[in-house]
Design a protein around this ligand. Sequence first.
Ligand code: ZN
Length: 133
Amino acid sequence: MIKKIDHIGIAVKSIEEAVKFYRDVLGLEIKGMEVVEEQKVKTTFIPVGDSEIELLESTSEDGPIARFIEKRGEGIQHIALQVDNIEKTLEELKQMGVNFIDELPRYGAGGAKIAFIHPKSTNGVLLELCQRD
Ligand code: ZN
């Protein structure tokens, strides 16, 4: 039911600044930029082999990424696991008592369907389930 680590989400103050490291120092390719208004976030994906790094920058002072950086500073914010069928996985995990932040899958960057599992169910890690078609 879980296929692989789809991506690792890193909260940054500025994507423009952060890509200087990934692109110019590590030589990785940046895959466009997207604003997800309802999450008050701007994101870009950087493919690394079979997985990706997602850089997240807040578009608003009260967005979840801004609050994360305020509390913990820049750094890893979530890990995303790719699944075949997010509705089914979400239902099965809920039945096993897993707590979700998203009761239903919603739209994420890159056209993926995503749902976040609450860190209290995962030893403190914000886990995203993500389905790409
Ligand atoms: Zn993500």
